[in-house]
Design a protein around this ligand. Structure first.
Ligand code: SF4
Length: 320
């Protein structure tokens, strides 16, 4: 792609961000470097299945740095309900605009891909669909049901938007019994107006709390990025809020700026400092913590799900 094509692509993907001044993207520290994906073997098989099933992945749409590693292990995160999001978060590389109509066969194709890829665990996320009355709740439910039907050995983790805090939608999706209900808080409350203007911190937190009220057996999970302008004290406060909402699993990763029009990186957190955040989170009572520069919500999600179950069993066994 030439520079002009890239520029055009950027303008089309993020029309609302074009008024932002260009912010230099700077050099990444050594500990962030990842290998470019090699278009061979299982990586290529994953790519072929995604393409032949006409599916969208957040791995590609968000330009995730882990794609080489994940796809080479047959692990992709499916993004349902189209490629266009109705929100415009300052950190996100998913295209913004008016979304297409829902594809009624998409849940079945996601399930068939799970079967073909022999997935033990799948993460299904989506764009935000504020244009739909139920925020896409029924589409998520259909996707969970189709995976259960066609690929019964695959455990299901969903990573939806906030359904605008609609309890009917949240309850319906929870009652479809995903194994993990994941919803990212993304950043600290003070940064919501600039970083996540279409969302509300306490609405997202309440969503996760609600899932546990409806079904305490479902694991809840939430993620934060660091490097957007937050302090470690604010991160600690978010951990406390998450624990008060009974969230089981926290993920913390380094924010990386996708284009010069996105929010700039405020700091690169050293791996040793991620270790300190991990220690702090365990001390606050999370069942599972994943904190490292390249941690993403769905990174190693299958292995982490097995550890999460083991951690709960150990906790129950130790209970008086
Ligand atoms: S970390 Fe998640 S989004 Fe990134 S490549 Fe892996 S599965 Fe895809």
């Amino acid at each position: 792609m030439t520079y002009n094509e890239k520029l055009l692509d950027r303008t089309k993907r993020h029309p609302e961000k074009q008024k932002n001044p260009d912010r230099p993207m700077g050099k990444k520290p050594d500990w962030i470097k990842v290998k470019a994906p090699s278009p061979t073997g299982i990586y290529q098989e994953t790519k072929d299945i995604v393409k032949s099933m006409k599916l969208t992945t957040v791995c590609e749409e968000a330009g995730c740095p882990n794609i080489g590693e994940c796809w080479a292990k047959s692990h992709a995160t499916f993004m349902i309900m189209g490629e266009i999001c109705t929100r415009a978060c300052a950190f996100c590389n998913v295209a913004t605009g008016k979304p297409d109509a829902l594809d009624t066969w998409e849940p079945t194709r996601v399930a068939k891909a799970c079967k073909e890829m022999k997935l033990k665990h799948v993460v299904v996320t989506s764009v935000d669909r504020d244009d739909l009355k139920d925020g896409g709740a029924q589409h998520f439910i259909k996707t969970i049901q189709e995976i259960r039907r066609l690929s019964p050995n695959t455990t299901v983790e969903i990573l939806p938007g906030d359904f605008r805090g609609d309890f009917d939608a949240i309850d319906m999706v929870t009652n479809a019994k995903p194994d993990v209900f994941n919803h990212n808080l993304e950043t600290v409350p003070a940064l919501y107006p600039t970083i996540r203007p279409g969302a509300r911190y306490f609405r997202s937190l309440r969503l996760l709390e609600r899932v546990k009220e409806v079904d305490p057996t479902i694991f809840t999970k939430s993620g934060l990025m660091v490097g957007l302008g937050e302090t470690n004290e604010q991160v600690a406060q978010v951990m406390d809020d998450m624990r008060a909402a009974n969230i089981d699993f926290i993920t913390i990763g380094q924010y990386l700026q996708p284009t010069p029009k996105h929010a700039p990186v405020d700091r690169f957190v050293h791996p040793d400092d991620f270790k300190k955040l991990e220690k702090m989170a365990y001390a606050k009572g999370f069942l599972m913590v994943s904190a490292s520069p390249l941690t993403r919500s769905s990174h190693h999600a299958g292995d982490d799900f097995a550890k999460l179950k083991a951690a709960r069993e150990e906790k129950i066994a130790k209970a008086p």
